[in-house]
Design a protein around this ligand. Sequence first.
Ligand code: AHR
Length: 325
Amino acid sequence: MKKTLIALCTLAVGGMSLSACGGSEAADDGSITMGFAQVGAESGWRTANTTSIQDSAEEAGIDLKFSDAQQKQENQIKSIRSYIQQKVDVIAFSPVVETGWDAVLQEAKRAKIPVVLTDRAVDTEDTSLYVTFIGSDFVEEGEKAGQWLVDNADASDVDKDGAVNVVELQGTTGSAPAIDRKKGFEDKIAADSTIKITESQTGDFTRDGGKQVMEAFLQSNPKIDVVYAHNDDMGLGAIEAIKAAGKKPGTDIKIITVDAVKDGMTALAAGEINFIVECSPLLGPQLMDVAEKVVAGEEVPDRIVTEETTFTPEQAAEALPDRKY
Ligand code: AHR
């Protein structure tokens, strides 16, 4: 295991996090140990993300200590504290929620262990508490979803009464993707006064959560034109609820989701989802690359944004045969 001095020495210089004190402290066997605190196993996206991290660590020869927080912040904090005690070389995690991390990140800083954020950001004024953040632009994802609806509002007004009623299935309350995807979507649909969010509740990013919330929405709302689900799994749960209510998903009610995992893409190609905004879970290779650089005392950018696209049903059908997750 390497010992590093770098966490305390991180400076923000022109958009780069610079490990100013230089890499390793002492002779070592050359190996890197990473403690990774995962959110949970709530979705197909998360499963693909975990596989990407585990496979990439093995490929890079990085010794990975992995924990699953079961979507609870207190479990993630416990894992991070345990990684600090074990004196790992680098800690990486995808925060369940945005706030409440300063105390444990201060502890990592005092222990001189660098922290890399992946997938989700933390809300803190002290950006010296982490070296970099690798992941998607969730606001932009929400904007892409909202823009699609603005461009297709006429087709989405199922009963042509001049109002496009949208129900929103939010991700985990307080999480960066739920906050940002909501904001991006709302910003874009503001351009069209016929589009209104009539209901919005959390389904916690799970299929079951999406199904249950959609069942309740269907019972209390006679007219739903569009479902905007913050991930594929909740959209797939909504499809089950819509079918059980005797309606046709994708036709009687349009569906927009985020992620583009295989199950979502299959439903899109079959016309049961109408549009998917991609969110890539394949963050493992970038994370290992950054971890090696950080431990070696090299510069890394303070923000690494994942490249993503969007899919229509036709594009999904074309992409599906090569889809790995
Ligand atoms: O943080 C990424 C989100 O978390 C994915 O969109 C969702 O499927 C997952 O649970």
